[in-house]
Ligand binder design. Structure first.
Ligand SMILES: Cc1cc2nc3c(=O)[nH]c(=O)nc-3n(C[C@H](O)[C@H](O)[C@H](O)COP(=O)(O)OP(=O)(O)OC[C@H]3O[C@@H](n4cnc5c(N)ncnc54)[C@H](O)[C@@H]3O)c2cc1C
Length: 462
């Protein structure tokens, strides 16, 4: 063992420093299997003090550092390069609930706690932690903060940025920032915690966070509605907000092709009807579930629509959610695709879809476009395959496809990364589309906190 590895092992304990390729392998490949890295070692610290000691040593010895949470990120942000020089620090052992303050509707958790465990901790105190996404069994609070994760309830509760009251982070030189706080108001200058949210590990390592909690809704009403076009689907968003206000907690739009794929690839799934577009909507409220369901049924009865079902039981609700949640897996089973995690003003979504679809079809007549997403907050997953018959050599067309899609996104006032971040996948596109002054501010902050560019090099700013 080299002297550096011995010093790292002395910090976390020999059994928590992984160096054998068989032990480090699970940390070296990203979820989409697009990036394969080779670290110097994988360290599994058990406390903030150990993270601080690791970063002090890395800073002194100029060792690059890659933080990793649950490794479910979709932009390659948590995968080291192939040089064998970077120390990968995985937070999984730091998974404790530090404090529950139900009266303040907040809790403080360590960054390696999984999202599902955080939801459970809140539930045990009769509170709701509302962040919810399909990878919640594996992704961690530190990863959720670092990617500013969104998911299925952003419409009502906001993204991870809005759910964080405070955080603790270790800076690249090993100093510990204690910005843990249960305060909802604090006007003591810059809100420094915000720098670390969405930074994808480029400014330091988040070790704990104080999170917002909410009362648990006692009633939900869920429906799948069939409509003729994306324009009609987006029209429903305003109508539903006018009718139900903040009770509208989910508004997902789904193109027909998505559910074709789900039925084809996920055994046992069947959609209740076939229409060009579907909306999965959910209302949540305090009070009685039957009353809320009746209100939704009555309201739907007065609308113009192609078809609709309202879930009458938890089983029916789960079956509707299964249709939505299985789209990514069905698409993966169908073969590779070029994914775009974009956001637009909700009102611009129909024009964007028409514009981008037409431009892509003009360039790639055989292409297949799979569109779905959390349209209530303007977020679309806009995925493309079959640029050539048989879906061969898809990645050869990636740059052209991205250019067409992102040009259309920015024409319609959108962004190229809504919730998956930049990682190493989109650095060249960030450099091209981000406002140059905003980019310069990001580089200035990075240089101030990490002058040696040791924290997650090659990610976000490239
Ligand atoms: C099936 C599936 C569904 C998904 N659905 C959604 C969705 O609906 N909404 C959504 O937003 N995302 C979604 N994702 C993406 C992913 O789950 C999120 O980006 C999640 O927040 C990543 O968390 P993680 O712990 O896995 O982070 P990782 O993948 O381990 O890391 C992500 C980034 O954060 C950095 N990082 C991780 N932990 C820390 C830390 N403690 N301190 C500093 N930096 C850190 C890493 O270096 C990396 O840059 C989905 C992924 C999958 C596989």
């Amino acid at each position: 063992m080299s002297a550096i590895l011995e010093r790292l092992a002395a910090i976390v304990g020999p059994s928590h420093l992984l160096t054998a390729p068989t032990d480090t392998a699970p940390y070296c490949l990203d979820w989409r299997k697009r990036y394969q890295g080779k670290p110097l070692a994988v360290a599994l610290p058990g406390s903030t003090a150990e993270v601080a000691a690791l970063l002090q040593l890395a800073h002194a010895e100029k060792i690059p550092v890659v933080p990793q949470g649950g490794n479910t990120g979709l932009a390659g942000g948590a995968t080291p390069d192939q040089s064998g020089k970077a120390l990968l620090i995985a937070l999984q052992r730091m998974n404790k609930l530090r404090a529950m303050d139900a009266a303040n509707n907040s809790m403080t958790v360590e960054a390696g706690m999984t999202l599902a465990a955080a939801q459970t901790a809140a539930e045990q105190a009769n509170r709701l932690f509302p962040l919810s996404l399909a990878a919640e069994g594996s992704c961690q609070i530190g990863g959720n903060l670092s990617t500013n994760a969104g998911g299925l309830a952003v419409l009502r509760y906001g993204t991870m940025r809005e759910l964080a009251l405070g955080l603790e982070a270790v800076l690249p030189d090993g100093r510990v920032l204690n910005a843990l706080s249960g305060l909802r108001k604090d006007t003591t200058g810059f809100d420094v915690k915000q720098l670390f949210i969405g930074a994808e590990g480029t400014l330091g390592i988040i070790t704990a966070a104080t999170l917002k909690l909410f009362p648990r809704p006692t009633a939900t009403a869920t429906a799948l509605v069939g409509v003729a076009s994306a324009e009609a689907a987006i029209g429903w968003l305003s109508k539903l907000k006018d009718a139900f206000g903040d009770r509208l907690s989910t508004f997902e739009i789904i193109a027909k092709v998505c559910l074709d794929l789900v039925e084809q690839h996920i055994p046992g799934t069947r959609r209740p009807f076939i229409t060009p577009w579907s909306i999965l909507l959910e209302l949540s409220d305090s009070g009685d579930a039957a009353t809320l369901n009746e209100r939704l049924v009555d309201w739907l009865g007065a609308q113009t629509l192609l078809d609709a079902v309202v879930a009458q039981s938890e089983t029916e609700r789960a079956a509707l959610w299964q249709l939505r949640e299985n789209i990514s897996e069905a698409q993966a089973k169908d073969g590779i695709s070029l994914k775009h995690d974009i956001a637009l003003p909700a009102s611009a979504i129909p024009a964007f879809i028409a514009d981008a679809d037409a431009a892509l079809k003009a360039q790639f007549p055989s292409c297949r476009i799979v569109t779905f997403g959390h349209a209530g907050d303007g977020n679309l997953h806009y995925n493309l395959s079959y640029t050539r018959p048989g879906n061969v050599d898809l990645y050869d067309d990636e740059a052209k496809v991205n250019e067409i899609v992102y040009d259309a996104v920015y024409r319609h006032g959108g962004t190229l990364a809504a919730e998956h971040g930049i990682g190493q996948l989109k650095t060249q596109w960030l450099a091209r589309y981000k406002d140059p002054v905003a980019l310069q501010i990001m580089k200035t902050v990075k240089a101030a906190l990490d002058p040696d560019n040791l924290m997650n090099p090659g990610k976000v700013l490239g």
